[in-house]
Design a protein around this ligand. Structure first.
Ligand code: R5P
Length: 282
């Protein structure tokens, strides 16, 4: 992703070395002068936490050496789902925002931010790039103008509306209501007209439980053809078979060591990133 991105006009590749002391603590040395420069650090805060520590110490070093502005480019903003304040429970989003800001990050750029509450919890601005055009391109050739876009919970409605506009679909989006009871999940719906072809869109595909319940309910309502698009494919302990639907896409925001599950097509977010940074630095 970084190799592709540095080909954008106005961007050059930065150089640094990150190694460890004997006991595993990180040490960073920069390979170029960064004083007065704008730096974009492409990284991840997805577990395991070690990569997040490396990101923090690199950003801190850039700031210490006089970088003018530091943007953390985190295609998947882990912890963003932990955006509610429940008594005696952690609030991961607020903690992550504090960690990034205190390391020296001035702004975060991500893809498909989980919720607007994250913006309130972060002490620094978050720019969220919409994957709607990628989904539209992936499904656009399939004559889906008569399909209905469906949100598996209320939180996904804004993403669905953006994708609906990009796909040129006129029928209003339908939605489910989702409730979590500890580890259990229930869904009511769908609310709205669903027709015969549906495109389910969500920001995160984790275990797939949310989409699995939605697919089952849509089939009961007579939907024959179901497509699925999820921005961040975590694929943890799968509860849903992607090859059981007509088509499923995710993007490449999650660093992955092996291929995606059968039936999943992975879309590159590079066009979104190039569009954003190209407009800023070209
Ligand atoms: C939660 O509100 C998110 O938007 C996703 O719906 C959720 O994280 C998906 O998780 P799972 O695939 O495990 O149901």
């Amino acid at each position: 992703m970084a190799r592709e991105l540095v080909r954008s006009p106005g961007m050059v590749e930065g150089r640094f070395r990150a190694d460890r002391y004997g006991n595993g603590e990180w040490h960073v040395s920069l390979g170029a002068d960064v004083a007065g420069k704008e730096c974009v650090v492409l990284g991840t805060v997805t577990p395991p936490a070690d990569s997040m520590v490396a990101l923090g110490i690199l950003v801190h070093t850039l700031k210490k050496e006089g970088a003018r502005r530091i943007t953390a480019l985190l295609p998947y903003l882990a912890y963003a789902r932990a955006d509610k304040d429940h008594e005696r429970e952690s609030m991961g989003a607020a903690w992550l925002g504090g960690f990034l800001a205190s390391s020296g990050v001035d702004e975060v750029v991500t893809v498909d931010l989980h919720s607007d509450r994250d913006r309130v919890l972060f002490p620094i601005p978050i720019v969220s790039l919409s994957p709607a055009t990628l989904f539209a391109r992936a499904f656009g050739g399939r004559r889906l103008r008569d399909a209905v876009v469906v949100a598996p919970d209320r939180g996904a409605i804004p993403q669905c509306e953006a994708a609906r506009t990009a796909l040129g679909i006129l029928r209003p989006a339908a939605y489910f209501e989702k409730h979590r009871h500890g580890r259990r999940m229930t869904q009511c719906g769908p609310f709205g007209d669903v027709g015969e072809t549906a495109i389910l869109i969500d920001d995160i595909f984790d275990t797939g439980m949310t989409l699995s319940l939605a697919v089952r309910a849509l089939r009961k309502r007579g939907v024959r053809s179901i497509f699925v698009a999820a921005t961040h494919g975590l694929f943890t302990d799968l509860k849903f078979r992607p090859d059981s639907v007509a088509g499923m896409v995710v993007t490449d925001t999650i660093p992955r060591t092996k291929g995606p599950p059968k039936g999943v097509k992975v879309l590159s977010v590079i066009p979104l990133l190039k569009g954003h940074f190209g407009a800023r630095y070209a």
